[in-house]
Ligand binder design. Structure first.
Ligand SMILES: C[S@@+](CC[C@H](N)C(=O)[O-])C[C@H]1O[C@@H](n2cnc3c(N)ncnc32)[C@H](O)[C@@H]1O
Length: 220
């Protein structure tokens, strides 16, 4: 596992980054071709109560709530959660709730959620934490509940703007991303990690950007 101090730099980066944002952006980027597949997958598997992991300022939670789901978003950055709660107050929405917290220290009841969303989250974890994460989140999802996970092809930054850590993660050191951690999990690693942690892949496709879009079932 990479040193706690280096991992902490990644967390500090996120809080700094979110502090600079004045207003949450809730628009849906056209470039992300898989977005409509998220509500489709949750509907297909009869999911109602969804956990949006590392939700940032909550744009995907708002999107899913509009599609009729009940949402809980969790993020470690107080500033991100403040932005999300700002939108919530403005729109006076029900069936949506944001929690400031660490994805490794969640205290939701066991089997509480039908589905779990992982977007732009996993690749910010080093290998050992990535492995731990895939196992740790299972207890909050019902047996046969599903994960919709997007596993991006990342860490292709210019040499010199990052250090390569012992597990292959890149930790950026340029002005705008100082501390941010990115690790590219290749297809074989991802396949092995999902299997080992007891997620049974229901569908997996790769888009034009090399993101692996995975729907997987929670085997208990
Ligand atoms: C690239 S952003 C993605 C946000 C959102 N999921 C999205 O799709 O836009 C990564 C997020 O992960 C959050 N994060 C990183 N480590 C975390 C942790 N240990 N617990 C909770 N949130 C974390 C950061 O604060 C940041 O908001």
């Amino acid at each position: 596992m990479i040193e706690a101090e280096l991992y902490q730099k990644n967390l500090d980066f996120w809080e700094d980054a979110w502090q600079r944002v004045k207003k949450a952006n809730t628009s849906i980027p056209d470039v992300l071709d898989y977005i409509p597949e998220i509500p489709q997958a949750f509907k297909k598997h009869q999911c109602q109560n969804i956990l949006d992991l590392a939700c940032g300022s909550g744009w995907l939670s708002f999107y899913l709530q509009e599609h009729g789901f009940k949402l809980t978003g969790i993020d470690i950055s107080p500033s991100a959660i403040k932005l999300a709660n700002g939108v919530l107050a403005e729109r006076q929405l029900e069936d949506i709730n944001f929690v400031e917290g660490d994805i490794f220290a969640m205290d939701f009841p066991e089997n509480h959620f039908d589905g779990i969303l992982i977007n732009a989250c996993f690749e910010h974890l080093d290998y050992d934490r990535g492995k731990e994460f895939l196992s740790a989140i299972k207890k909050f999802v019902k047996p046969d509940g599903i994960m919709f996970g997007v596993f991006d092809k990342v860490a292709s930054g210019e040499k010199g703007t990052y250090e390569v850590l012992e597990d292959g993660s890149h930790q950026y050191n340029d002005e705008y991303r100082d501390g941010m951690l990115l690790r590219y999990y290749n297809d074989d690693e991802l396949d092995a990690l999902l299997k080992e942690s007891g997620w049974q892949v229901d569908s997996l496709r790769k888009n034009d950007f090399g993101s692996r879009i995975v729907v997987a079932k929670n085997l208990k």
